[in-house]
Design a protein around this ligand. Structure first.
Ligand code: ATP
Ligand code: MG
Length: 724
C-alpha cells in the first residue's frame, strides 16, 4: 500500500493527526469523527514513514471485537498478516505477557483464567472455609470488593485491617489469593495487577519492553481505570511516544473505576502532548447526529467539542411505544425482517442495543420464533453456558490438576457416587495441608484416611479417569480430544439424557464447542510455545465466545450498549428506553451517575449510521417482576421535530362478518382495526387492553387483558368488542 493511500482517505484535521511529528498526542473528538480510523492510519504511518517496525508498536483497546478489527485494519494497511502484532485489549495483552514470563510473574506455567462465575464460586468456598455468614457478607459484594481493590492496585496486606469491616473483607481477600495460588488460577483483574507488579519487580524485563514499544497507541482512552493507566505508564517508557484517542462524552465505565480525569492526567504526566481535535462526523445522518448533540448538551461536565456532518438529513428517528416487552420484541423483529426481506439489508447491518443483559431474552425468543439468525455479544455468552462450562472444567482439569474450582464443578457431574461428604473431607484435607483438592484426593486414596471404601473407590476411579484422559489424548488434535473427553466422562450422555429441546440445545452446544476448537487458530508468534489445550482454554476465558462458530453467518447483532462502544451499524434499534431501566433506577438520584447514563445513551444513538429506531414498553416483566414504566427522560430530551411516533395497527375482522355467508372476501372488507394497547369494552368481561391479534377473516382472534377477568383470547367476530 502506498503512503498516499494512508493519507488520501482523510480530512485535513485527521491528516494532521496521522502525520504529526513524533511525540505524544491526544486526539479528543466526538463519536464517529474518525478517531479509530486515525489511530490505525497512524500505526501504519509510523511503520511506513517514520521507520518503525511492527515490532515497535503496542496498540490497546477495550473490546475483543474492536481489537480484532484494529489488528485487521493495521495489517491490511501494512500488507502483513498474522504477524504477532501487539494489538489487543488490556486483558489480552496482559495475558500474553504473563504467558511469556510466567516465571517472573510467579505463576505456574499452565495457569488458567477464572471467569467471573468461577471467581464467585471460589470466593464462596473461601467464605465457607472462614465460616462467614453469606447473609451478612454477600458473595457478590465480596467479589466486587476484591476486584475493585485489584483495579486500584491494592493487595490484601495493603488494606487497613484495624478497621473491623475492612479487616474482615481483607481476610477473605487474603484467603482468596491463597486459594488462587494453590489452584494455579488468575482472575481477570489479577491479569492486570500481576502484570504491573511483574514489570515493577523485574526492571530488566521492563527495560526490554520499554525499548521495544517505541510507539504506544490507545483507543477509547476515556475509559481507562487506575491500574490500566499504571500499566500504560510502565510500558510506555521515557523514550516512547504515546498516541491516545478518546471522547469524554463516551466515558461509560465510571461504575467500574474508569476515570475520565485520566485524560487530564495524561496531559500533565506526558508534557508536550499535542492536542488535536476532529469535528466532522462521517458516520451518521444529520438527524441522528443532531439528536445525539442535543442530548449530550445537557451534561454539565464536558470538555466541550463540536461535531457536524456534511451528510444528508436522513429519516426521522422512529419511536415506538410498545404495550409490553413482548410487543416491543415483536415490533423490532417485524421491522427488521421487513428491512431484510423488502429492502435487501444484510442482517448483520442491524443491531439491537439494550441497557442490561437480561433484556436480550425476549428478543432472542422472538427472533428464534421467526427463525431469524442472530448473535448475542456479551450476556450469557457461549462459553458461559452451563454445559460448556462443565466441558471446559474437565478440560481445565486435564490441563492443570490443581485447578480446584474445575475439580469441584465436575467431580460428581455426571453423578458417580462422590457425595458432598467426600468433597467436604477433601476440602478439609486440602485446607489443612495447604494443597489443591486434587492433591488431597490423591493423598486420601493412596494413604487412606477417613473415607468409606465405596467413596474411596469412586474417587480413585475419577482420578484415574482424568489422568487416563490426559495421558491418552495428549497427542491428538484438540477437537478429537474434546470428543473423547465428552464420551469417556459420560458428560455427553448425561447432558443429552432427557428428550427435551433443552437437552437437544445442550448437545448442539457441545458440538459447537468441538467446532470452535477446530476453528481455533493459535496466534503463532506468541502462543507457539503454549500447549494447544491451554491456548484454547485461555481463548475461551478471554474472548468469551466472540470467535465462536457461526460468526461468518449473516446474523442480527444483539448487545448491550456497553459492548457496542466503538462499533457502527446502518440500522440501530435502541430498546427499553424507560425510566428506571434506562436511566437505571440506581443512577437517577446521583447527578454524576445520571450523566454517565446520558453518555451511554449518546453512545447508543451515535452507533447508528442511517436509521435509528427507539422503543420502550409501557409495561415490562424483568427479573420476574411486572413494572409499569414511563418513557425515558432521554426520549424527551431529543428534539421533537426529529422524532416520528410509530403507531401499530392491527386488522381484525369486525363482528358483522360472521355467518353472513359472504365468505372471506366480504369478511376482510369489513375490517375493524384494533391497535395493540388500545382500550376496549366487552359485555361480560368489562374493560381491558388489546395485547395481541392473530389470523384474519372469520378466524381472527384478539388477546385482551381485562382489568378484572384477566387475559383472554377471543374470536373477534363474536366478541363484540367496543373501543373506548
Ligand atoms: P467512536 O467515537 O464511535 O469510536 P470514531 O471517532 O472512532 O467513533 P471511526 O469509527 O473511526 O470514528 O469512524 C466512523 C466512520 O466514519 C467509519 O465508518 C469510518 O470509516 C468513517 N470515516 C472516518 N473518517 C472518514 C473520512 N475522512 N472519509 C470518509 N469516511 C470516514
Ligand atoms: Mg472509535
Amino acid at each position: 500500500m502506498e503512503v498516499s493511500d494512508l493519507i488520501d482517505p482523510l480530512n485535513p484535521a485527521q491528516r494532521e493527526a496521522v502525520t504529526a511529528p513524533l511525540g505524544h498526542a491526544l486526539v479528543l473528538a466526538g463519536a464517529g469523527s474518525g478517531k479509530t480510523r486515525v489511530l490505525t492510519h497512524r500505526a501504519a504511518w509510523l511503520v511506513r514513514v517514520e521507520g518503525a517496525t511492527p515490532w515497535n508498536l503496542l496498540a490497546v483497546t477495550f473490546t475483543n471485537k474492536a481489537a480484532a478489527e484494529m489488528r485487521g485494519r493495521i495489517e491490511e494497511r501494512l500488507g502483513i498478516s498474522r504477524s504477532g502484532l501487539w494489538v489487543g485489549t488490556f486483558h489480552g495483552l496482559s495475558h500474553r505477557l504473563l504467558r511469556l514470563h510466567w516465571q517472573e510473574a510467579g505463576l505456574p506455567q499452565g495457569f488458567q483464567i477464572l471467569d467471573s462465575e468461577d471467581q464467585r464460586r471460589l470466593v464462596k468456598r473461601v467464605m465457607r472455609d472462614l465460616e462467614l455468614d453469606e447473609n451478612r457478607w454477600p458473595v457478590r459484594q465480596l467479589q466486587g470488593f476484591i476486584n475493585a481493590r485489584k483495579d486500584a492496585g491494592e493487595r490484601a496486606e495493603d488494606l487497613d485491617s484495624a478497621d473491623p469491616y475492612t479487616g474482615q473483607m481483607a481476610r477473605v481477600y487474603a484467603a482468596y489469593e491463597q486459594a488462587c495460588r494453590s489452584a494455579g488460577v488468575v482472575d481477570f483483574a489479577e491479569l492486570m495487577l500481576r502484570t504491573v507488579e511483574m514489570l515493577q519487580n523485574h526492571l530488566e524485563l521492563l527495560g526490554h519492553y520499554r525499548r521495544r514499544f517505541r510507539h504506544v497507541l490507545v483507543d477509547e482512552f476515556q475509559d481507562t481505570n487506575g491500574i490500566q493507566y499504571e500499566w500504560l505508564k510502565l510500558l510506555a517508557g521515557p523514550e516512547s511516544d504515546v498516541f491516545i484517542v478518546g471522547d469524554d462524552d463516551q466515558s461509560i465505565y465510571g461504575w467500574r473505576g474508569a476515570r475520565v480525569e485520566n485524560l487530564e492526567r495524561f496531559r500533565k504526566d506526558y508534557t508536550n502532548t499535542r492536542v488535536l481535535r476532529l469535528e466532522q462526523n462521517y458516520r451518521s445522518t444529520r438527524t441522528i447526529l443532531d439528536a445525539a448533540n442535543t442530548l449530550i448538551a445537557r451534561n454539565s461536565d464536558r470538555l466541550g467539542k463540536k461535531l457536524w456532518t456534511e451528510g444528508e438529513a436522513g429519516e426521522p428517528i422512529a419511536l415506538y411505544a410498545a404495550f409490553n416487552e413482548q410487543d416491543e420484541a415483536r415490533f423490532v423483529v417485524e421491522r427488521l425482517m421487513a428491512m431484510v426481506d423488502e429492502q435487501g439489508l444484510a442482517r448483520s447491518d442491524i443491531a439491537i442495543l439494550y441497557r442490561s443483559n437480561a433484556q436480550s431474552r425476549t428478543f432472542e425468543e422472538a427472533l428464534m420464533a421467526r427463525r431469524v439468525p442472530y448473535r448475542v455479544y456479551g450476556g450469557l455468552r457461549f462459553f458461559e453456558r452451563a454445559e460448556i462450562k462443565d466441558a471446559l472444567a474437565y478440560l481445565r482439569l486435564i490441563a492443570n490438576r490443581d485447578d480446584s474450582a474445575a475439580l469441584e464443578r465436575v467431580i460428581n457431574t455426571p453423578t458417580r457416587g462422590i457425595g458432598n461428604r467426600t468433597v467436604e473431607t477433601l476440602r478439609i484435607a486440602a485446607r489443612d495441608q495447604d494443597i489443591s483438592l486434587w492433591a488431597a484426593a490423591r493423598g486420601l486414596v493412596t494413604h487412606g484416611g477417613g473415607l468409606p471404601a465405596r467413596a474411596g473407590n469412586a474417587l480413585r476411579a475419577f482420578l484415574d479417569l482424568i489422568d487416563g484422559l490426559a495421558a491418552e489424548t495428549a497427542e491428538v488434535a484438540l477437537p478429537e480430544r474434546i470428543e473423547t473427553m465428552l464420551t469417556r466422562t459420560g458428560l455427553r450422555a448425561h447432558l443429552g439424557k432427557d428428550s427435551s429441546d433443552r437437552a437437544q440445545d445442550r448437545l448442539e452446544n457441545l458440538d459447537e464447542l468441538i467446532t470452535a476448537a477446530g476453528n481455533f487458530e493459535q496466534d503463532t508468534s506468541v502462543e507457539a510455545e503454549m500447549e494447544p489445550l491451554t491456548a484454547f482454554l485461555a481463548h475461551a476465558a478471554l474472548e468469551a465466545g466472540e470467535g465462536q462458530a457461526g460468526a461468518w453467518e449473516d446474523c442480527v447483532q444483539l448487545m448491550t450498549l456497553h459492548s457496542a462502544k466503538g462499533l457502527e451499524f446502518p440500522v440501530v434499534f435502541l430498546a427499553g428506553l424507560e425510566e428506571g431501566l434506562f436511566p437505571h433506577r440506581m443512577s437517577v438520584e446521583e447527578p454524576g451517575r445520571l450523566e454517565e447514563e446520558r453518555r451511554l445513551a449518546y453512545v447508543g444513538i451515535t452507533r447508528a449510521r442511517q436509521r435509528l429506531l427507539i422503543t420502550y414498553a409501557e409495561r415490562r416483566r424483568l427479573h420476574g417482576r411486572d413494572d409499569f414504566a414511563i418513557a425515558s427522560r432521554f426520549i424527551r430530551e431529543l428534539p421533537p421535530a426529529l422524532v416520528d411516533e410509530v403507531r401499530a395497527r392491527f386488522s381484525v375482522t369486525g363482528p358483522n362478518a360472521a355467518g353472513s355467508g359472504l365468505g372471506e372476501e366480504a369478511a376482510t372488507a369489513t375490517e375493524a382495526a384494533f391497535g395493540l394497547g388500545e382500550r376496549v369494552q366487552h359485555s361480560r368481561f368489562g374493560e381491558g387492553v388489546v395485547l395481541d391479534c392473530e389470523g384474519n377473516g372469520p378466524n381472527a382472534r384478539v388477546q385482551v387483558n381485562f382489568n378484572d377477568a384477566g387475559t383472554k383470547w377471543l374470536v373477534a367476530a363474536y366478541a363484540n368488542l367496543e373501543r373506548i
